[in-house]
Design a protein around this ligand. Structure first.
Ligand SMILES: C[S@@+](CC[C@H](N)C(=O)[O-])C[C@H]1O[C@@H](n2cnc3c(N)ncnc32)[C@H](O)[C@@H]1O
Length: 273
């Protein structure tokens, strides 16, 4: 089988599974061959090496495994991050949280920030790259996620400025290291139906939170109140109302929500600082 025949065959197999079967066929094949997608055209008559290994990848995609877990790469803030099962695949909307964090850190001149739920490290690594004076302590309860984050810290050369810690929230973190908290915690309501490519493959500890999904968000707000530092969190587009209710209960007034380009509420900033 040639490269061009493999693309055709894969496109046909993916046709009923994904929206852009030809594009995904090319991405999978380029990954298998270890070349840029743009090089495939030049190699179209080449005979495909290890076809069984390649079609094993195609079968994984046919079973709805996210492309990012297959290729072990994900784009975030215009960079390619390492990703693997066990860590949530960073989402484009989380780039907005980074933008909000950069603005606040810049305005206040903060140098010590904590991230709760570091996952792949996308947020902390991007902040450290954009802000060379920043030091971050980043926590997670998942060893698998921390292993992925560790690889990204090394990939981007920021391991001297980001400390990873396996703990819940900020337990055991020295409060003097925290001038601000940033977090994209699990916030999907337990029992909520998600697409199979998400619920069957991504870690549930990264996705789901008890009740209406706001439990961890509320605990993080409480923690930042205790530490008297501002907090920035991503949340679900439908969680503004329960969070506003919580702020009212706690007599918290200094907060604002930020929106995505579609006008949906995507997160909040509470200023205890
Ligand atoms: C939605 S993912 C976010 C990952 C990454 N920060 C991102 O934005 O792509 C939430 C992360 O929080 C972690 N997590 C869940 N409960 C936690 C807790 N109590 N303390 C610290 N991290 C927690 C999960 O393991 C997961 O890695």
């Amino acid at each position: 089988m040639t490269v061009s025949e493999a693309i055709k065959e894969t496109t046909a197999r993916l046709n009923d599974v994904v929206e852009r079967p030809r594009l995904e066929a090319e991405i999978l094949l380029a990954h298998h061959l270890g070349c840029e997608r743009s090089r495939l055209l030049l190699r179209d008559r080449e005979s495909l090496e290890k076809p069984e290994a390649f079609f094993a990848l195609v079968e994984r995609r046919c079973a709805y495994e996210p492309m990012e877990y297959i290729t072990r790469e994900v784009s975030f803030y215009a960079e390619e991050f390492f990703i693997a099962p066990g860590a949530l695949i960073p989402r484009p909307e989380t780039e907005l949280l980074v933008d909000e964090a950069v603005k606040l850190i810049g305005q206040r001149g903060y140098r010590r920030v904590a991230e709760i739920g570091v996952g792949s490290g996308a947020i902390s690594v991007t902040l450290a790259r954009l802000l060379p004076d920043l030091r971050i302590v980043a926590t997670d309860i998942s060893q698998e996620a921390l292993a992925v984050a560790r690889k990204n810290l090394r990939r981007f050369g920021v391991e001297d400025r980001i400390t990873l810690k396996e703990t819940s929230l900020l337990e055991g973190v020295d409060p003097s290291r925290v001038e601000m908290i940033v977090s994209n915690p699990p916030y999907v309501a337990e029992g909520c139906d998600l697409e199979p490519n998400v619920s069957d493959y991504e870690p549930h500890t990264a996705l789901f939170a008890p009740g209406d999904g706001t439990e961890l968000l509320r605990r993080i707000v409480d923690l930042s109140a205790e530490l008297e530092v501002p907090v920035l969190c991503e949340m679900g587009y439908d969680q503004r109302q329960p969070m506003e209710e919580y702020f009212r209960q706690k007599e918290i007034e200094n907060y604002r929500f930020y929106r995505d380009l579609a006008g949906l509420d995507r997160g909040f900033i509470v200023d205890f600082g």
